[in-house]
Design a protein around this ligand. Structure first.
Ligand SMILES: Cc1cc2nc3c(=O)[nH]c(=O)nc-3n(C[C@H](O)[C@H](O)[C@H](O)COP(=O)(O)O)c2cc1C
Length: 193
């Protein structure tokens, strides 16, 4: 944390300039124990209508992370699109930390499921911005493994649970090129009543 505090930049500048690195540009080291604790504290501080906590997080690091990627690579071989998914799956290996944000929204509650899904998305975004604030990079992915039954079973997902995001986190070896952004004028309109 001492390093992160020392390199902290103005929060609005941080939010206005964040850029996701490519997955294989995220390398070790990842956040240490103190930084990880802070990161998860940030991740869980999200709007949550009805205080349902309609999400849970799975941390994948160390040897388990290497085994997770190996097991995904094995599942890939049974898929029709193996040639393509093999490449994207290999890219998961580089980052030292992956956090899977699982949506566990309940249907039939007075808080609509849609709002519960949005809260899981907010957890993903807080992880991305939180990692950035701590001096790391992060990339929010889904990909084939978020939807493949064998891949979600590997994570222990129950029926009705969905992967909201796999957040890859690590040191940025190489920043990504700037990405064109939607202009404020195109995205924002004023309600004129
Ligand atoms: C729900 C969700 C799933 C995503 N899945 C992928 C993905 O599987 N692969 C990918 O390259 N980018 C994916 N992205 C996009 C990246 O997170 C990111 O927005 C993109 O690389 C642009 O970088 P930026 O964060 O600098 O805008 C996803 C974004 C969201 C919100």
């Amino acid at each position: 944390m001492a390093t992160a505090v020392a390199t902290a930049i103005d929060a609005s500048e941080l939010l206005a300039t964040r850029r996701s690195p490519l997955p294989d540009a995220l390398v070790s080291p990842g956040p240490d124990a103190v930084e990880s604790a802070r990161l998860f504290e940030i991740a869980l501080r999200v709007p949550d209508h009805g205080r349902l906590a309609p999400w849970r997080l799975i941390r994948i690091a160390g040897e388990s992370k290497a085994r997770w990627v190996e097991r995904l690579m094995a599942i890939v071989e049974n898929r029709d699109d193996a040639a393509k998914t093999r490449v994207s799956t290999r890219k998961l290996a580089s980052a030292p930390l992956a956090v899977v944000v699982v949506s566990k929204a309940v249907s039939g509650h007075k808080v609509p499921e849609w709002e519960q899904w949005l809260s899981a998305g907010a957890v993903c975004m807080n992880l991305v911005n939180g990692a950035h604030a701590l001096g790391y990079g992060a990339q929010w992915l889904t990909g084939w493994h978020a939807y493949d039954h064998d891949a979600t079973a590997l994570l222990g997902l129950a029926d009705g649970e969905k992967v909201a995001g796999v957040i890859l986190i690590g040191t940025v070896a190489e920043p990504a090129a700037p990405r064109p952004r939607v202009s404020v004028d195109d995205a924002v309109t004023d309600l004129a009543l």
